[in-house]
Design a protein around this ligand. Structure first.
Ligand code: ATP
Ligand code: LTN
Length: 335
């Protein structure tokens, strides 16, 4: 019976602006893996989005291949999902232009990520950084996506995608499906280990605050041992205990244990013991991912075959929506 019901569609992506870290893994990729059985999933590499910061072309190429291989190494099955580079499907940029014309300056000006990124990068506040959420809306709306798994920081962009779709549909009829967000209960916002009031991110300056998926065991444990905590000695989840709360979230996301179970497990034990255990469990969780990654990254032909097929099939789906959108606004159909 269930086979006769059409599967819903999922789309998500990560920018290849640096190495994938625990934030992106626990906030996004881990969910992608869990959802792949029940949905039609498109997982793209948001390489056009990466261009909103200045990035050395050789570094971008390296990051992109690394991230692509990591998607698969993390458990995303290329036989069950479409994996592709955003730049290989030109309909993303094309739809983005149309949607720009249905997005208000004020809406974009309210985006907190834009405000944060422009404050951090005052010398390069380019128009791409400003219209970034419109390209993201195009990514999502092109495939009539039902669900978009993202971390907490992307919820505002997703809301905007819904607003843009609603505005367009209001004028032209039901062209776009309105997507829902999907954010994990634990791991939605992993914080920096050294600065636990700030999100762990690829552009984090202090590398001790960020655990990369390809860090070796020693580096992972060293980073956890240095993690900032507080002046108490009790492992408990509470307001004001940002460092410990973050470590508990990571440990919970990696082991599946609840906060209550964690508090019990570490009752009467010190922070040193807790930090070491969290570090070890993260290293253990990442070991098979790293092993698979090492096998994959040396097989360029296999990766190329996967992303070629992904872009072809995604392009076919994207074209259906784009054709409709162009026609509705009054552009002459291509002969
Ligand atoms: P950058 O530093 O270049 O802005 P980033 O590290 O924030 O990048 P993204 O590519 O923006 O990573 O995010 C990839 C996905 O992972 C998104 O769905 C995002 O919500 C999620 N994500 C990123 N960082 C975290 C985090 N610290 N905690 C939870 N989820 C995260
Ligand atoms: N903006 C997102 C990456 C991204 C994305 C998407 C996520 C680009 N396009 C479409 C979900 C759906 C980010 O910065 N993490």
């Amino acid at each position: 019976m269930s086979e006769t019901i059409a599967k819903k569609t999922i789309l998500s992506g990560i920018k290849p602006t640096g190495s994938l870290n625990l934030g992106g893994y626990l906030g996004a990729v881990k969910n992608w893996v869990a959802l792949q059985e029940d949905y039609n999933c498109l997982y793209m590499l948001a390489d056009l989005h990466a261009l909103t910061i200045r990035i050395d072309p050789a570094v971008l190429r390296k990051n992109s291949m690394e991230l692509f291989a990591l998607y698969i190494a993390c458990g995303i099955d290329p036989e069950k999902n479409l994996l592709f580079f955003q730049s290989h499907v030109p309909q993303h940029a094309e739809l983005s232009w149309i949607l720009n014309c249905y997005t208000m300056f004020g809406e974009l000006n309210r985006m907190t990520q834009f405000k944060d990124k422009s404050a951090k990068n005052a010398e390069n506040i380019n128009a791409g950084l400003f219209t970034y959420p419109v390209l993201m809306a195009a990514d999502i709306l092109l495939y009539q996506s039902d669900l978009v798994p993202v971390g907490e920081d992307q919820r505002q962009h997703l809301e905007l995608a819904r607003d843009i779709a609603t505005r367009y549909n209001g004028v032209y009829g039901d062209v776009f499906k309105l997507p829902e967000g999907y954010t994990p209960k634990v791991g939605a916002r992993i914080m920096s280990l050294t600065n636990p009031t700030h999100k762990m991110s690829k552009s984090e300056e202090d590398e001790n605050g960020t655990v990369n998926l390809l860090d070796n065991k020693d580096a992972i444990i060293r980073k956890f041992k240095r993690a900032v905590t507080d002046s108490e000695t009790c492992v408990r989840h509470a307001e004001g205990k940002d460092g410990i709360n973050n470590l508990m979230s990571i440990y919970s996301a990696v082991t599946g244990k609840s906060f209550e179970e964690i508090e019990k497990e570490f009752d009467g034990r010190g922070y040193g013991d807790f930090k070491l255990t969290v570090g070890e469990s993260v290293a253990e969780c990442l070991a098979p991912v790293q092993q698979k990654y090492n096998d994959l990254i040396s097989d360029k032909a296999q990766l190329e075959a996967i992303y070629k097929r992904g872009a072809e099939q995604a392009g076919y789906m994207a074209m259906k929506t784009l054709r409709k959108v162009y026609k509705k606004v009054g552009l002459i159909p291509r002969a």
